[in-house]
Ligand binder design. Structure first.
Ligand code: PEP
Ligand code: MG
Length: 909
């Protein structure tokens, strides 16, 4: 009887317009494998091959190499035969050899994360067959030396041993170039290439203790296992952690017939995008190189040429290349090979129409025949993401809901960062220009090594070219600058994915890693010098350039407007000042969900009165100090109410422990003693009286207002008076007074009584009234558990998920940073629960609190004001729980608005 295990398909074939899989099978075949299958199905000429599933990667991690090879051997053999049939060549054959590539492919693309081996299947005999068959001995030996180099690097771990070390293979090549007095790889003779192959193999033996594998099947299994191993390599693990992807996804392995872009002047290779990945502009664009292999384009060692004539003209303008020179030395593919260009243009349109999204494609021309190596949804900047979504909507390719779902809310963050102030840009001294690889404005201090990207607060990572090892540093740096590489170089692609400002291919820069200097036009800049990058123009500017706040305009404004059509849950903001309130309103905030009143007390002129209040021994003394604070608070509230006029403003009563407000340094304590005309000893003893072992769980929140009711009285009075003062000026203020940190309904009731009694007094004094609500934070688990009782009294709930997370997990907010990163690294937690709401646990309290609250007060208004209110997955959760609004910091308001619309759309589908 066959077991389930043995019937499971682990290897999926594609090629010749058929395929076992399709694009819906991304989880199993990885993004690349699923797309290769789909492309083959729709008639795109992809080199035939097969995909080993992501499940096999997981099986490999459990069972090891031998068991996995045994399990998939029959399927792999059958698949190799299939390729052999289509290509009319044999794997390992000396006369007519088939060579393959081996690539990784996880379910989402991870640029530069996984390693690739090309030309696999070559050995000392096969290379002779390849030379004969292609009638190109040079090409065959060049392929062979590239193969040993890549295989050595990826599979056998022949990497530089330290930062100052150079790649062992590069070292051998450099030595030979020196000996032969040549500069370029292309200057090697056939004998040189043969010598290199010999020396490379010797180097492998010396370093690894083993001969380079000669059996093509051994080579294949070695490469397959290397791909699986790279899933758990440092870079991949870092990228996953950064992107929040789980480690149990695994990667697929794609094995595909090799086609060659380096078979002469009728061959070439390139990368292209159906739209501009930097700006979103609807123009086909990309780069290619004649007589080259894929890595030559990405590595940035040769200057790639543009695919379209338009692109070529634009490039020449930036690179300051004269038309004659351009046409002669850097012609576009459109000009050089018009037929191939037309065919490629047809495929890019077909692929974009098919996937209805911007595609990032790789292609190779082998002896005049075009092959598409891969396509995927292209990584893009936040600006391009928005423009492409709106353009595709207008072009009728996608509908409104799809356009909104295309927005990755967190990527909008890029559009909300400051841009260079046009005024200071006018005065800027541009020292050089490169390619505008990823837009944005970045000012920082020069660093030349990725692992030094945090040497200063703001850095510009400056490299000749970047490589996957630099990923972490690229993420830390403010901006990235490279001397080499085109728009599709590693630096450019990765920077766009990160939404980081990047200028690539600035050929005028001379970078010296040893002296840590950058020289342009004879002027030297050192590590630590300030420079600025304008990623939208490619301008490299000396010194700092000031920035201004961005605006909601153009397509960004259009997509935000569209989101309002679908979002039913409102978005408010957490704002403590009129300035923040105004900024949030400009971004579309529909009210304030949290004003932390304590922030007002921290300001210099107020802290003194606050301290006097805290240090007072008697109620009378405290009231005296509070009377001084009252007008300041009232003024603050007036400012905020005015900025938000007509919209609700939730004002929270004092929350943090009083200990936070008193001075902790001796000199400050002395000053305070003098000002208050009391002894230093008295000050010190009061401060130590206030000290707590666990302030987060101590005398804070409503516990303060219930032990010192006069504080609540003052705050309630300031709020009501402010609203009445504005009313007199014709400005509508809608205060919602919020009591923090209650665990029992009695705690709330006591505060509510103080607030309402105070309000009543003020109304009588003013002989006027306003509408206001009194509600509470739900941020202690007990409050969520008894929400039905609390809702009988409270007029609204706002979930304080910062404290709720703290208390549900028992992780102190003040101390969690010591162990949370380790927990995440070890996989105990997938993400930081203070950033992403823990739906499984804390979420239950939120859901229960909402349901219980509405069981006694069906129309209870419910919102959230913890940090999670601006985090897209948490926003979706809040929508599904039935909240009326989420509240987040001003710069996350657009993100939350899109997330709110997406949540509603997803639910309706
Ligand atoms: C919360 O606890 O979620 C909250 C918003 O209050 P704070 O962060 O001020 O404690
Ligand atoms: Mg709180």
């Amino acid at each position: 009887m066959e077991t389930l295990e043995s019937v499971k398909t682990r290897v999926y074939k594609f090629g010749n317009k058929t395929a076992d899989g399709n694009s819906k099978m991304k989880n199993l075949l990885g993004g690349k494998g699923a797309n290769l299958a789909e492309m083959s199905l729709i008639g795109i000429p992809v080199p035939p091959g097969f995909t080993i599933t992501t499940e096999v990667c997981t099986e490999y991690n459990l069972l090891g190499k031998d068991a996995v090879v045994k399990m998939i051997l029959p399927e792999v053999e059958e698949s190799i035969e299939n390729i052999e049939k289509i290509m009319g060549a044999q794997f390992g054959d000396k006369e007519n050899p088939l060579l393959v590539s081996v690539r990784s492919g996880a379910r989402v693309s991870m640029p530069g994360m996984m390693d690739t081996v090309l030309n696999l299947g070559l050995n000392d005999e096969v290379v002779i067959g390849l030379a004969k068959r292609t009638n190109n001995e040079r090409f065959a030996w060049d392929s062979y030396r590239r193969f040993i180099q890549m295989y050595g690097d990826v599979v056998l771990g022949m990497k530089p041993e330290s930062k100052d070390d150079i790649d062992p293979f590069e070292e051998i090549m450099e030595a030979l170039k020196h000996k032969r007095n040549i500069k370029l790889d292309t200057e090697f003779t056939i004998q040189d290439l043969k010598d290199l192959v010999y020396d490379f193999k010797e180097a492998v033996k010396k370093r690894t203790g083993h001969d380079f594998p000669t059996n093509p099947w051994d080579q294949l299994w070695g490469a397959v296992v290397a791909v699986f191993n790279s899933w758990n390599g440092d870079r991949a693990v870092y990228y996953r952690k950064m992107s929040g992807y789980p480690s149990d996804w695994g990667t697929a392995v794609n094995v595909q017939a090799m086609v060659y872009g380096n078979m002469g002047d009728n061959s070439g290779t390139g990368v292209c995008f159906t739209r501009d990945a930097g700006t979103g502009e609807d123009v086909f664009n990309g780069e290619y190189l004649i007589n080259a292999q894929g890595e030559d384009v990405v590595a940035g060692t040769r200057t790639p040429q543009q695919i379209t004539k338009l692109g070529s003209l634009r490039w020449a303008e930036l690179a300051k290349v004269e038309e004659e020179d351009r046409f002669k030395n850097y012609p576009s593919l459109e000009e050089l090979m018009p037929n191939i260009y037309l065919e490629l243009n047809g495929y890019q349109q077909k692929l974009e129409d098919h996937y209805k999204d911007m595609q990032d494609m790789e292609f190779t021309m082998q002896d005049g025949k075009l092959w598409i190596l891969q396509t995927r949804n292209g990584k893009r900047t936040g600006a391009a993401m928005v423009k492409i979504a709106i353009d595709m909507l207008k072009q009728g390719m996608i509908d409104e809901k799809q356009a909104l779902l295309r927005i990755e809310p967190n990527k909008l963050d890029e559009l909300l960062h400051p841009v260079f102030d046009p005024k200071s840009l006018k005065k800027a001294h541009v020292i050089a220009q490169g390619l505008p690889a990823s837009p944005g404005a970045a000012t920082g201090q020069l660093v030349f090594f990725a692992d030094e990207a945090n040497k200063y607060k703001y850095t510009i990572l400056t490299r000749i070219e970047t490589s996957p090892e630099d990923l972490e540093g690229m993420n830390i740096a403010r901006g990235i600058l490279t001397a080499r590489g085109g728009m599709t170089s590693h630096a450019a692609v990765v920077a766009r994915g990160m939404g980081k400002c990047c200028i690539s291919g600035a050929g005028a820069l001379k970078i010296n890693y040893k002296t840590r200097t950058l020289t342009v036009d004879g002027k030297e800049y050192h590590e630590g010098d300030w420079i600025s990058l304008n990623g939208s123009t490619g301008n490299i500017i000396e010194g700092k350039v000031s920035t201004i706040e961005p605006e909601l305009s153009g397509e960004f404004a259009e997509i935000m407007k569209l989101s309002d059509k679908y979002a039913t849950m409102k978005v408010r903001t957490n704002a403590d000042t009129p300035k923040d309130a105004k900024a949030a309103r400009n971004f579309g905030a529909q009210g304030i969900g949290l004003t932390r009143t304590e922030h007002m007390f921290f300001e210099v002129d107020r802290i003194k009165a606050m301290r006097e209040m805290i240090l007072a021994d008697t109620v009378k003394g405290r009231k005296y100090a509070l009377d001084q604070l009252l007008p300041m608070q009232r003024e603050d509230f007036e400012g905020i109410f005015e900025a938000m006029q007509g919209l609700p403003v939730t004002v929270r009563l004092l929350d943090p422990p009083l200990h936070e407000f008193v001075p902790h340094q001796l000199t400050q304590q002395k000053e305070l003693a003098e000002e208050m005309h009391i002894s230093l000893e008295a000050v010190k003893s009061k401060i130590s009286e206030l000290e707590e072992f666990n302030p987060m769980l101590g005398h804070r929140g409503c516990r303060l207002g219930n032990t010192y009711p006069e504080i609540t009285e003052m705050q309630a009075r300031a709020i009501i008076e402010a609203a009445l003062n504005l009313k007199a000026k014709g400005i509508v203020a809608i205060p919602e007074i919020m009591v923090p940190l209650i665990g029992t309904v009695e705690e709330f009731e006591m505060q509510e009584n103080i607030i309402r009694n105070t309000a009543q007094k003020v109304f009588e004094e003013y002989n006027d009234t306003i509408e206001f609500l009194v509600g509470t934070m739900i941020e202690i688990p007990r409050a969520a558990l008894t929400a039905d009782l609390i809702a009988k009294k409270a007029e609204f709930f706002s979930f304080g998920t910062n404290d709720l997370t703290q208390m549900a997990f028992g992780y102190s907010r003040d101390d969690a940073s010591k162990f949370l990163p380790i927990y995440i690294e070890k996989g105990i937690l997938k993400v930081d629960p203070f950033e992403v709401l823990d739906q499984e646990g804390v979420g239950q309290l939120v859901k229960m609190g909402t349901e219980k609250g509405r069981s006694t007060k069906p129309n209870l208004k419910v919102g959230i004001c913890g940090e999670h209110g601006g985090e897209p997955s948490s926003v979706e959760f809040c929508y599904n729980v039935g909240m009326n609004y989420v509240s987040c910091s001003p710069f996350r308001v657009p993100i939350a608005r899109i997330a709110s619309a997406q949540a509603a759309i997803k639910k309706s589908m």
